[in-house]
Design a binder for this molecule. Structure first.
Ligand code: SF4
Length: 414
C-alpha cells in the first residue's frame, strides 16, 4: 500500500489509503432540515426562534413567536410529555435544553401581563367554519382559523371549553386558573362558543354543513377501549378515564386497599397518583412499556410527562414494566388478585416487532381492584356515517377526509 507522506494529497480513487471509505468520491449535499425539537413538537413550535428572541431580552416578542404556532403554551408546557426535549441534540452531550420550562415561563408571563395575541380580532372576511370539539385540538384550530380571518363557531357537549384538559387532567398538573386564562383569551378573538351542544343529540352534522363552508372535527378520543383478560371482566369494572372524570366532577373515587392500573400513558399515571393521594394504600401500574431512564429506548418507555413519573415513584406507586395481565383471580364475583407475565419483543411480520408473553415468568399480585387505562378511541355518536366501524378518522396528512372535501379532522381523533 502506498503511504501518503506529509503534504501529499490523495487523488480520486485513492481514499482507501486513509481507511475512511470512499468519501473522496462523494459530493456533500446540503439538506435543509428542521431542528429536532421543532420536528418532534406536535404543536409545531419553533423553540429555537423564541429562545433566541428571549436571549436577546425580548420576552413578549418571544411569546409572540411561540403563539404563532401554539396558542396555549402555559397549558401544553404543563401537560405535554416534552417530545421536544426527547429529541434535543444537547442530550448527547449532557442533558436536553429544558424547552418546556422556557415555554411555561413565557406562557405564565403572558398571563401575568395580560399580553394579547398578535391577531386582528376584527377581521372576519374568510368563509365561516364550524369547529366540533373544544379540547386542545379544537381550540387550536379555532385560533388559527381566526388568525386567517375566518368567522368561527366552536361547539362542545360540555358546559365549558377545554375537553379532557378540564375533565380528566388533575388540577395538580394543570391549575384551572391557568387553563381558564389561556382559553378565555383565545375565545376573546371573536369565536362564537356554543356549549352543551352535542353532535347527534342537539345538532346534526348535515345542519352544521349547511350553515358553514367547512367543518373541522376535533372530538378527541374520549371513549375507553374495550378491555378484558382472556374474555373475563370483573362485574364491577370501572375504566380509568371514567374514574378520573368522576374525580374531577364529583370529587370522589373508589378506595380499595389495593389496586392495579393496567396501562402506560398519562391516564394510568394520573389515576395512580389520584388514588394514592385519596388513601389507597397499595397502587400498582402494570405496563407493557419500559420505564424512563438514561439507557431506556425512547420508543419503548411510558408515554408520560417525565416529572409526573418521578413524582409517582416518590409517592410510593409501584411500576411493573414490560408486563401484562394474564389471568384475573376471582373468589365468586370478588376480585382477589391477578397473574402477571413478562413481555418480550419479537420480530413480527412485515418487520414490525410485537410483544409476546414470556412463559415461566408468571407472578401473582394480590389486589382488590383492577382498572384498565389502555387508551381511548373516538366516540362515534353523531359521526356514524363518517367514521363507520373504525376507531379513528382516516384523513390525509392535512386532515382532509376522503368522503367530503369540506370536512377536516384533527387532534387525537385521527
Ligand atoms: S413541551 Fe411544548 S415545545 Fe415541547 S413538544 Fe410539548 S408542546 Fe412542543
Amino acid at each position: 500500500m502506498r503511504q501518503l507522506t506529509r503534504g501529499a494529497f490523495a487523488l480520486p480513487g485513492t481514499s482507501l489509503d486513509f481507511k475512511t471509505g470512499t468519501w473522496r468520491n462523494e459530493m456533500p449535499v446540503h439538506i435543509h432540515w428542521g431542528a429536532p425539537c421543532h420536528v418532534a413538537c406536535p404543536a409545531g413550535e419553533d423553540a429555537q426562534a423564541y429562545i433566541a428572541k428571549l436571549m436577546e431580552g425580548h420576552p413578549k416578542q418571544a411569546w409572540e413567536i411561540l403563539v404563532s404556532a401554539n396558542p396555549l403554551p402555559a397549558v401544553t408546557s404543563r401537560v405535554c410529555p416534552h417530545f421536544c426535549e426527547q429529541a434535543c441534540n444537547r442530550k448527547h452531550m449532557d442533558q436536553p435544553i429544558a424547552i418546556h420550562l422556557i415555554e411555561r415561563y413565557l406562557g405564565d408571563e403572558a398571563i401575568k401581563h395580560n399580553w394579547a395575541y398578535p391577531v386582528d380580532a376584527k377581521c372576519m372576511d374568510g368563509e365561516p367554519v364550524c369547529v366540533v370539539g373544544a379540547g386542545p385540538a379544537g381550540l387550536s384550530a379555532a385560533y388559527h382559523l381566526r388568525r386567517l380571518g375566518h368567522p368561527v363557531t366552536l361547539i362542545d357537549a360540555l358546559p365549558e371549553p377545554g375537553g379532557l384538559l378540564r375533565t380528566a387532567i388533575p388540577v395538580t398538573r394543570l391549575p384551572r386558573d391557568v387553563l381558564d386564562a389561556e382559553v378565555n383569551r383565545l375565545l376573546s378573538l371573536g369565536i362564537a362558543f356554543r356549549s352543551r351542544t352535542a353532535l347527534g343529540r342537539d345538532v346534526r352534522l348535515e345542519d352544521l354543513m349547511a350553515d358553514h363552508a367547512y367543518l373541522f372535527l376535533a372530538p378527541g378520543a374520549a371513549k375507553s377501549r374495550h378491555w378484558s383478560v382472556d374474555g373475563a371482566v370483573p362485574s364491577d369494572l370501572r375504566e380509568g378515564l371514567a374514574l378520573l372524570k368522576e374525580w374531577m366532577i364529583v370529587g370522589d373515587i373508589p378506595k380499595p386497599k389495593s389496586v392495579a392500573i393496567h396501562g402506560g400513558g398519562n391516564t394510568a399515571v394520573d389515576l395512580a397518583r389520584v388514588m394514592k393521594r385519596a388513601g389507597v394504600a397499595e397502587v400498582h401500574v402494570i405496563t407493557a412499556s419500559g420505564l424512563p431512564g438514561p439507557d431506556a429506548d425512547p420508543k419503548d418507555v411510558l408515554n408520560v410527562v417525565p416529572r409526573e413519573f418521578e413524582q409517582a415513584v416518590e409517592e410510593g406507586i409501584v411500576f411493573h414494566a414490560h408486563r401484562t395481565i394474564q389471568r384475573l383471580l376471582m373468589r365468586g364475583s370478588k376480585m382477589v388478585g391477578l397473574e402477571m407475565v413478562h413481555l418480550k419483543k419479537l420480530p413480527g411480520a412485515g418487520g414490525r416487532s410485537s410483544r409476546v408473553a414470556f412463559e415461566g415468568t408468571e407472578t401473582v399480585l394480590h389486589v382488590e381492584m383492577v382498572v384498565p387505562a389502555i387508551g381511548e378511541v373516538v366516540d362515534a355518536q353523531g359521526f356514524e356515517n363518517l367514521l363507520g366501524s373504525a376507531d379513528y378518522f382516516k384523513a390525509d396528512p392535512l386532515g382532509q377526509i376522503a368522503s367530503s372535501d369540506r370536512v377536516l379532522v384533527g387532534g387525537d381523533a385521527r
